[in-house]
Design a protein around this ligand. Structure first.
Ligand code: HEM
Length: 72
């Protein structure tokens, strides 16, 4: 429930989700990411979700040339 619920639910939820998709797509077009350790990560419960035990650590393994994109 990251955006709350009921009458006080976040009115910016759709914009926030769109921004996240754009940012994630932009990052993934420009870099290659990998876990900082090859071993599988342990899980732990965090409120109502399951998260990586140590947090999420990733390293950039390659930087790709930025390619111009036409948005229509
Ligand atoms: C990841 C991004 C965001 C998260 C996790 C988030 C989360 C939340 C949550 C949990 C609430 C409810 C607080 C409560 O119950 O009192 C809230 C309220 C609100 N959010 Fe967001 N929000 C995000 C992005 C945005 C954006 C981008 C906007 C505007 C462009 C926005 C505008 C608002 C406003 C105006 C309220 C108050 C609503 C009210 O009082 O009825 N939020 N947000």
């Amino acid at each position: 429930m990251p955006f709350g619920g009921g009458a006080r639910r976040c009115p910016g939820a759709n914009l926030a989700m769109l921004e996240m998709r754009v940012i994630l797509a932009t990052v993934l077009r420009r870099v290659r990411l990998a876990p900082d350790r090859p071993q599988p990560e342990k899980r732990k419960a965090h409120h109502v979700t399951i998260v990586p035990d140590r947090g999420v650590r990733v390293v950039v393994t390659a930087r790709l040339a930025a390619t111009p994109r036409v948005v229509s």
